[in-house]
Design a protein around this ligand. Sequence first.
Ligand code: FUB
Length: 446
Amino acid sequence: MEKNKLARLILVTFMLFNITVIIAQNPIIRNQFSADPTARVFGDKVYLYPSHDILGKEGQGRPNWFCMEDYHVFSSSNLTDWTDHGVILNQNKVQWADSTAFSMWAPDCISKNGKYYFYFPAPPKGTKGFSVGVAVADNPFGPFIPQSKSIDKVSGIDPNVFIDKDGQAYLYWSAGNFMVSKLKSNMVELASEPQIIANLPEKGLKEGPFLFERKGIYYLTFPHVENKIERLEYAIGTSPMGPFKISGVIMDESPVGCWTNHHSIINFKGQWYLFYHSNDLSPKFDKNRSVRIDSLFFNADGTIRKVTSTFRGVGLTDASKQIQIDRYSRISDKGISVSFIDTLNTFAGWKTVFNEKKACVQYNNVDFGKKKYKSVIVKATSQKGGILLLKLKSISGPMLAKINIPKSKEWKETKVLISGLKQGRQNLFLSSVNDNEVEVDWIKFE
Ligand code: FUB
């Protein structure tokens, strides 16, 4: 088929099924706010089930607070290109839930015997507090059909389901304390009385339990307010129902003060990943959050190494696509900063601003594959005009190109021939030659 026709066909298919493709580093979801990420590996893809924060309007739940009316699901086979499969459940489709509450909080989804079970908390009609419901589908992206009633004897938020090697499923949730019950094989009813998980921090809110197993160790991981805002902690045990022993911190408090954090941990293609959230796209209101991913590693004794949040996140960036250098791996201490392209529309992303000579940004893991790239394109603007150097390996490494950014008040794409490029995975270094201010949106190779 002709290239244009194929592109049109793909676009029409995506529009028909309400699918959007997003390519991003941290935060990974850029077409909406997203929080409380539960990631699951189903087949050869990662499916992401986050909460969907929106900016509440009058009459939509509690003012200046979390506001969520539905859930989307996203999928990816490389953790950098994400497909938004659209809405999988809305509060007005749940018979037992109060559809004026806008409180569809942190969900989870698990697969058993070819069915997908989506667990979500919501305030029930006519009473206070939260219940937990289940919606069932035949595939990971729905349509999910909610059960007509919430799960009996479960009051609380942040459901999490773990299926052990023997096939027994466990439901965890947060009700001040963490609760656990076995689930019946129908996955929608409890098989044992809810039990409090003991020996966990007693002071400071804890919520968002997420349990996983590795090499016979059961990790109960959770956000907890040890100081003023949440950080991610964990406890370990030898059985899914505990007892658990407090074992450490997975991620410190948000450096930008996002009060909540909420996470999940998966192994995908041999690497462990931490999915969590911050408020990247809403720096002034931390109830509009965005999902991030960073790699997670274990020590030989099974303890978890603390994860430092990064902008670069994970995965390879295709050299032929827009490389958002503002999601850097490293940046020099002075002469360079990152800010929103449009403060009124943060979804437009960020720009990197160079304003001193030798300021440098490093962006790792760009995939040049086996292609023979000939040029680099830089989308930039500079009031006085400026010069950037693009190098491999380090700021004093081999030079790929010297890029003269023309004097302009508008964003312009400058294309320059490159030489000395190696194939495969490379780390890039972009630095400024003089003090003239240059703003860069992205670079890409052709
Ligand atoms: O997103 C609403 C609530 O904030 C979640 O249920 C908690 O875990 C916290 O992230």
